[in-house]
Design a protein around this ligand. Structure first.
Ligand SMILES: Cc1ncc(C[n+]2csc(CCOP(=O)(O)OP(=O)(O)O)c2C)c(N)n1
Length: 688
């Protein structure tokens, strides 16, 4: 290690120490131990341009151990990203660009929101998938426009989390050779020594997953780290795992190698002792020596050259391959081409109808000629979720297996495949889909039964925090699935998803609404979106008798209304429950009670509408309302008010045929009529 290297590494360490001390909050230990590997990676290998953090062919870097955010902020500041020393000084403060954990969209150069351990690790796999998919679609001999690595620094906590194991397993299977992870093997976690809970041979585990594994005994040995990264880069057919033995809180005389260095400021005395120990001036705080600054800032010039070289390649590409270049521009800007919706199916009305999951599959396959970057799959449920993209191949490492494989997907076998078989790994699927969206260029989706969205929830929440454009197709939406019973019947899942800020849920009521839901999904901005579909057939509504399905785009719309003047009662239903609500409407009408049926396909889309529209759909003066949804009633009170009633399910389901369950749980026209009358009677009593 040269004197300059040491100075630079200590600059990172001491910036992190000062940031945490000044904020009186944060995690100094990890940055202090991991600074050397980060330094080597960022100054010798990482292809990045601090002047343009979004250039498409940059290497991606994820700090999966997001609690060590001070490390990332120090690197971003020092190498010349738009992150001033003032922002560094305002670590963890209101409105700063240096929040407690790295937040995508808040800080230039932060590629991924991390903090919940395991997520960064797993979404990196999605970035590597995106890179290979785009490379195989767009690179041509002599014209390589996408070819980059995805790096991450991961910690003990990351590797303990199950999601990382799922992601590591599929990354090994997919032979993602351009994925390189450095393991900050410091033997310490938040609450004590890692060996309290973590004694397996991690390296052997990664070998078993099919990763290329290296181990470095001294985390301060820059040349060993550099050699390992170089070896990892030349290993093209396996992802790489480099275990680096580090020391948490390195340099702190009293806290190094202790869990006290993990998540609390060192304290003024220990900061002073550490600075003294590392030969660092006590003052000023946030000291950046000029030589260190100059060394780090080489990244600006080097990065500009790298980006310029790429732009040159892109210009040549545009001249040689104008059609492909146009396609590239289209997907990189997430634009939909002219006529993208012209082939969408239209379904004739009929009582027999069709399961909306089946329609979902048809719509997706009608879209793919126009949306070639629709990439994703299910967690081993393609035959049930109907999400196979026909003829578009399996995303798999070439070559094709000698033995024929079974499955729902036809087309080529290789990295050009749009169908990603995630295996039974819902949580990793969620995180991988996030990584694909973060990478750019892909419109990713994941699919499973609605009940198992629970297994994806931490990743869904992160997608929502990051406002990613990710899509989910959750089928088997209610007790209507029938015999599989309570373990497979969603109850609180819809409410749970609706409770996530920035997350949009659409529950179409028939085939044509499913088409509309997909149209909304493709044009949606501002966060993830889930389309909730049925296993069982639903009648296809006769739109000459009820309002057009395009009303779905407004979230809620009046499907059918009182024939004369104001309705006496409003039935608000969603998804499959719209059908018994419509029957109830007819029954009430026959009895001379004028009703309105509001189809509330999406709460979130409805909430985005102007007040005036909302009041038209749910007039404030009509407070006699009944909601009908075969799920938790929590939340429906917002729409039915204190004088209304909810018909829902606030217990677990049961194993029986779906039709029987719907009857037993009260989703029948008769029951809805009874409750509507009860609401009207209650109003009468209150008035008298
Ligand atoms: C999913 C999740 N669970 C718990 C935490 C709280 N937490 C933050 S860091 C950490 C473990 C720290 O150990 P390690 O990953 O080895 O980091 P180091 O101590 O080396 O900084 C925990 C439990 C978290 N951030 N994410």
């Amino acid at each position: 290690m040269t004197k300059l290297d040491e100075l630079c590494i200590n600059t990172i360490r001491m910036l992190a120490v000062d940031m945490v001390q000044e904020a009186n909050s944060g995690h100094p230990g990890m940055p202090m131990g991991a600074a050397p590997m980060a330094y080597v990676l960022w100054t010798r290998f990482l292809k990045h341009h601090p002047g343009n953090p979004t250039w498409p062919d940059r290497d991606r870097f994820i700090l999966s151990a997001g609690h060590g955010s001070a490390l990332l902020y120090a690197l971003l500041h020092l190498t010349g990203y738009d992150l001033s020393i003032e922002e560094i000084k305002r670590f963890r403060q209101w409105g700063s660009k240096t929040p407690g954990h790295p937040e995508y969209g808040e800080t230039p150069g932060v590629e991924n929101t991390t903090g919940p351990l395991g997520q960064g690790f797993s979404s990196g796999v999605g970035m590597a998938i995106a890179e290979r998919f785009l490379a195989s679609h767009f690179n041509r001999p002599g014209h390589e426009i996408i070819n980059h690595y995805t790096y991450s620094i991961v910690s003990d906590g990351d590797l303990m989390e199950g999601v990382a194991s799922e992601a590591a397993s599929i990354a090994g299977h997919l032979k993602l050779g351009k994925l390189i992870y450095l393991y900050d093997n410091n033997h310490i976690t938040l609450a004590g020594a890692a060996r309290l809970t973590f004694t397996e041979d991690v390296c052997k585990r990664f070998e078993a997953y099919g990763w290329h594994v290296q181990s470095i005994e001294d985390g301060n040995d820059l040349e060993a780290i550099a050699r390992a990264i170089a070896a990892a880069r030349s290993e093209v057919s396996r992802p790489s795992f480099i275990s680096v033995r580090t020391h948490i809180g390195y340099g702190s005389p009293n806290k190094q190698d202790t869990f006290e260095a993990h998540g609390a400021p060192l304290g003024p005395d220990e900061v002073a002792a550490t600075k003294k120990n590392l030969g660092w001036p006590l003052e000023p705080k946030f000291y950046v020596p000029a030589e260190a600054s100059a060394k780090f800032r080489e990244a600006l010039d080097a990065g500009r050259k790298q980006e310029d070289a790429w732009k040159g390649k892109m210009d040549a590409y545009r001249r040689a391959l104008p059609d492909l270049a146009a396609k590239w521009d289209q997907i990189m800007s997430s634009r939909l081409p002219e006529g993208w919706d012209k082939n969408l199916p239209v379904f004739p009305p009929g009582p027999k109808g069709v399961a909306t999951r089946v329609v979902g599959g048809q719509v997706m396959n009608a879209l793919t000629p126009f949306v070639p970057n629709l990439v994703g799959g299910s967690a081993d449920l393609n035959p049930s979720t109907n999400t196979a993209l026909k003829g578009l191949g399996n995303f798999q490492p070439p070559p094709s297996p000698a033995e024929p494989t079974q499955g729902t997907v036809s087309g080529p076998w290789g990295y050009e495949g749009n169908n990603v078989a995630f295996g039974v790994r819902e949580h990793a699927m969620g995180a991988i889909v996030n990584g694909m969206a973060l990478h750019g260029g892909l419109l990713p989706f994941g699919s499973t039964f609605l009940i198992f969205s629970d297994y994806m929830r931490p990743a869904l929440r992160l997608a929502a925090i990051m406002k990613l454009k990710t899509l989910y197709i959750f089928t088997h939406d209610t007790i209507g699935i029938g015999e599989d019973g309570p373990t497979h019947q969603p109850i609180e899942q819809l409410t749970g998803l609706r409770a996530i800020p920035n997350f949009t849920v659409i529950r179409p009521a028939d085939a044509n609404e499913t088409v509309e839901a997909w149209k909304v999904a493709l044009q949606h901005r501002g966060g993830p979106l889930a389309i909730i579909l049925t296993r069982q057939a639903l009648p296809t509504l006769d739109r000459s008798k009820v309002a057009p399905a395009s009303g779905v785009a407004r979230g809620a719309y009046v499907l059918t209304d009182a024939t004369s003047s104001k309705p006496k009662v409003i039935l608000i239903a969603a998804g499959s429950e719209v059908h018994p609500a419509l029957e109830a409407y007819e029954k009430l009408k026959a009895e001379g009670i004028s009703a309105r049926v509001v189809n509330m396909a999406s709460w979130e889309l409805f909430e985005r509408q102007p007040e005036e529209y909302k009041r038209q759909v749910l007039p404030p003066e009509v407070r006699t309302r009944v909601s009908v949804e075969a799920g938790s009633t929590l939340g429906w009170g917002t729409y039915v008010g204190l004088e209304g009633e909810t018909i829902g399910i606030d217990r677990f389901g049961a194993s029986a045929p779906g039709k029987v369950l719907m009857e037993k749980f009260g989703f029948t026209a008769g029951h809805i009529v009874d409750r509507a009358k009860a609401v009207l009677a209650k109003k009468k009593t209150m008035e008298s």
